[in-house]
Structures are given as structure tokens and as C-alpha cells.
Design a protein around this ligand. Structure first.
Ligand SMILES: C[S@@+](CC[C@H](N)C(=O)[O-])C[C@H]1O[C@@H](n2cnc3c(N)ncnc32)[C@H](O)[C@@H]1O
Length: 255
């Protein structure tokens, strides 16, 4: 039976209190992309880009924020464990530099292409249809390949994934929910059954749901009470699963 820890609170306080180690960290953090615009699209619901206070940063502040949380996950991630971070394309090299500064080894970047991005109403620029997922390991042993990398078929291992943005029955009220298909793809490649995955910006719980289907365990931290409750509700319907809502992080055991 898989286990999923759900922790309500601020990752900057919680991460330093976790004593156990995880096999992989897969995280979709705030992107620093929110703005006050609302797009009114003919025949579709108005779409606001104001996701919430959690996604507003000054530029330098965003890099400090990123360096700080990546530094906090380093002692929790097993040596050679995989780290996957979603980000907008503009930050790829900044985050790669942060990885290197903190002793991670950058191995590559995967591009996510969204097949149904919001249209460019004024036709003055490109549609924003791509995001990045930056892969690193916690250190690297040059003498052997010591990280998990489940290579399937050549045509399934492009550094490119294509899906629509989250829609239909899968969609919750979370404004930046990721499609489960992407998380499942990453989890299959970068982890094995029974592994533990940490998502410290868990939102609606997409990582946990995908992990559960693939027989992996997870630790999920979310600061916003409303999104935390959404995640709790979403995961409570899963079968063959132990959902542990904890307040005391010493009780997180990943063995
Ligand atoms: C991009 S969203 C994640 C969406 C998620 N991947 C999903 O599919 O639903 C980032 C989340 O991080 C949360 N967050 C922001 N700062 C946080 C912090 N310091 N600690 C924990 N969660 C935080 C936000 O409330 C938001 O739900």
C-alpha cells in the first residue's frame, strides 16, 4: 500500500525539520509569472493571470527564493537522487547555475509544449506555449551511472513532452494545476516502484495522485489552506492508499 504524507504549511519552515530522505524531488514551484491581466476569450470563460500573492516576486527575489528552497531540499534528497523543477523558459540558465552552486549536477532540460495555450488576442507576440522542466541529480558519481533513469523506447525519450493544459474532469479549482500525464511521465522515468517523492509546492496534489497510480509514495507540502483542502479531498478518494495528514514532521518516515 502506498503512503502519502500531506503537510499543511510553509515549506521554508517545514523542510528543515524533515529527518528522512527521499528518492526524488519533483516540484512545480511558483513561477513568478502572475500579473493583473484578465483575458476575455470569445466563447470561453474569462481567464485571469492573477494566481495569487504566492506567484509575485521581484526578479532577484525570485532567484533568492529558488536558491533557498533548493538548498533546503539538498539534505533531504538521497545522494544521486533526481531533482526535477518546472519553470518558465527565461529561468533555465539561472536555475542551472543555482544547481551547480549548490552541488547538484545538471543533466538536461525537458520542454513541455502545451497544445492549447491562451491565444494572442492582440497578435503582437508569440503564444506562451512552452515551459521547462530542469533535471539534476544530488551530486554525481563519475565512475558509474548511479541515478534512476528508466529509459523506455527511443521514441518515448525525447526531451520534449506535449499535452493540453489541464482540462475537463481532471481540472480542479487550482489556477496552475499541471496535467497528471506529465507527472506520470516523469515519475516513470526518474523513480521506481516504492520510491518516495517529495513535492514541496504541492498545489492540488497532482504529484501525489500520479505517484499513487504508479505505486510510489509521496510527501506533499502546501502553504495555502484552500489548496491544501483541495489536495486532501482529491486524494481521499484514492484506493489502496494511506493518507497521513501530519503536523509533526518528525513523524515523516520514508523507509
Ligand atoms: C505552481 S503551483 C503547484 C501546482 C501543482 N503542481 C498542481 O498540479 O496543482 C505552486 C503552489 O505552491 C504553493 N506555495 C507557494 N509558496 C509556498 C511555500 N512557501 N510553501 C508551500 N507551498 C507554497 C502555492 O500555494 C501553489 O499552490
Amino acid at each position: 500500500m502506498q503512503q502519502h504524507y500531506l503537510i499543511s504549511g510553509d515549506s521554508f519552515e517545514i523542510l528543515s525539520k524533515i529527518n528522512s530522505r527521499v528518492d526524488a524531488v519533483i516540484v512545480d514551484p511558483p513561477y513568478n509569472t502572475a500579473n493583473k491581466n484578465t483575458k476575455i476569450l470569445k466563447g470561453r470563460k474569462a481567464r485571469s493571470s492573477d494566481f495569487g500573492k504566492w506567484d509575485y516576486f521581484a526578479d532577484r527575489e525570485y532567484l533568492d527564493f529558488t536558491e533557498k528552497w533548493i538548498g533546503l531540499i539538498k539534505p533531504i534528497l538521497k545522494v544521486n537522487g533526481n531533482l526535477l523543477v518546472f519553470c518558465k523558459l527565461e529561468y533555465i540558465s539561472d536555475i542551472k547555475r543555482i544547481y551547480e552552486k549548490l552541488g547538484f549536477r545538471h543533466h538536461g532540460t525537458i520542454i513541455w509544449h502545451k497544445t492549447n495555450p491562451a491565444p494572442q488576442i492582440r497578435k503582437t507576440g508569440f503564444l506562451s506555449s512552452c515551459e521547462a522542466i530542469i533535471w539534476a541529480t544530488n551530486g554525481f558519481d563519475n565512475s558509474k551511472i548511479s541515478y534512476t533513469f528508466n529509459f523506455s523506447k527511443q521514441n518515448e525519450m525525447h526531451n520534449f513532452v506535449e499535452t493540453p493544459i489541464c482540462m475537463g474532469k481532471e481540472r480542479t479549482a487550482h489556477p496552475t494545476q499541471k496535467p497528471k500525464k506529465i507527472l506520470s511521465h516523469l515519475i516513470k522515468i526518474f523513480t521506481n516502484e516504492k520510491d518516495w517523492i517529495l513535492d514541496c509546492f504541492a498545489g492540488s496534489g497532482t504529484t501525489a495522485e500520479a505517484a499513487n497510480e504508479l505505486k510510489r509514495n509521496s510527501i506533499n507540502i502546501e502553504a495555502d489552506k484552500g489548496y491544501f483542502d483541495l489536495m486532501k479531498k482529491r486524494l481521499s478518494s484514492l484506493e489502496n492508499t494511506k493518507i497521513v495528514r501530519i503536523k509533526d514532521t518528525k513523524k515523516v518516515i520514508t523507509k
